[in-house]
Design a protein around this ligand. Sequence first.
Ligand code: PDD
Length: 280
Amino acid sequence: MENKTVYLNGHYLPLNEAKVSVLDRGFLFGDGVYEVIPSYSGHLFHLQEHLERLENSLAGIRLANPHTREQWLEILTPLLDANFDQYIYLQITRGVAPKRDHAFPDNTPATVFAMCSAIVPFAGLNNGVKAVTMDDSRWKFCNIKAITLLGNILHRQEAIDQGCAEALLVKDGYVIEGAASNVFAVIDGVLFTPPKGNDILPGITRDVILDIARKNNIPCREDKIPFAALQTAGEIWVTSSTREIIPIVELDAKQVSDGKPGPVWQTMNQLFQAYKKSLS
Ligand code: PDD
């Protein structure tokens, strides 16, 4: 096991010395939230947006934010190495309660954990990957970045078992997001992504892409994508902080267009890479 330095409850220590109690509510109940924040050349990408989403996730589970935005920056910075592209994993749980009880404990400090890992360029970036659609089996608060990820895990594993890289989740006849990504589709030349709401995670990568599209006159809309429209879409992408913008070239065992990453993806990926460089 790599023995890098991690942050736990006010201390920086080697990963193999970072320990939490079995009574931690994250362990017992999955009672916590998290963030994944990329860092390019030592600069945290859209940190304010990630911290704003963290605040919303904490409010969503009624857990007080243990730190100000300035304190978060101070906590995370020592974990970064400017020589590598990395991502921070940050997790906050409702802490170690005296006993296992579903009700919130009184006066229990939150458990705060953060670690940094290398961003390994995703193998499917340039040639695209396969995806499979399935009915969304998750809960009703998918806008909260909760550590309780069993639904997402089962969807992702089902996709992998079928030889695919991602599951695209369908709800009430509309595709809404991936198991660990947001979804985009190019339909009749317009870039679509589902609107924000309780049923999707408001992805930071998603917002950056919409912003880039608007600034570069790429027609785009935040609107529902019917499953039937997805099946005939010219391009489909999934997006996330760690994998960036991944073209889907095969959906449910059928080619998407000619089975190659499409021209809108080529343009957007170039613009996205240039934007990343401009910030670091
Ligand atoms: N997941 N939707 C879901 C369900 C996700 O888990 C993620 C990211 C996204 C994309 O959000 P962003 O662009 O802010 O990374 C959408 C992270 C990477 C994870 O769980 O590891």
